[in-house]
Design a protein around this ligand. Structure first.
Ligand SMILES: [Zn+2]
Length: 57
């Protein structure tokens, strides 16, 4: 998933967010697709941020 923003390392507008499974479970990471710098790494919710259609808000 593309993320708006600029890479602090190479200044490319090529950030992408995705899930990885690692120690401790699922993580959401934001990486620069150009130089592969990891910008953020945070625990991902088990079932993600996806809200099924018809779910109460
Ligand atoms: Zn970069």
């Amino acid at each position: 998933m593309a993320v708006p923003g600029k890479c602090p390392e190479c200044a490319a507008h090529a950030l992408a967010e995705y899930r990885v499974i690692s120690e401790g479970g699922w993580w959401t990471v934001v990486k620069c697709q150009q130089c592969l710098t990891s910008l953020t790494r945070k625990p991902a919710p088990m079932f993600g941020a996806f809200v099924p259609l018809g779910a109460p808000r």
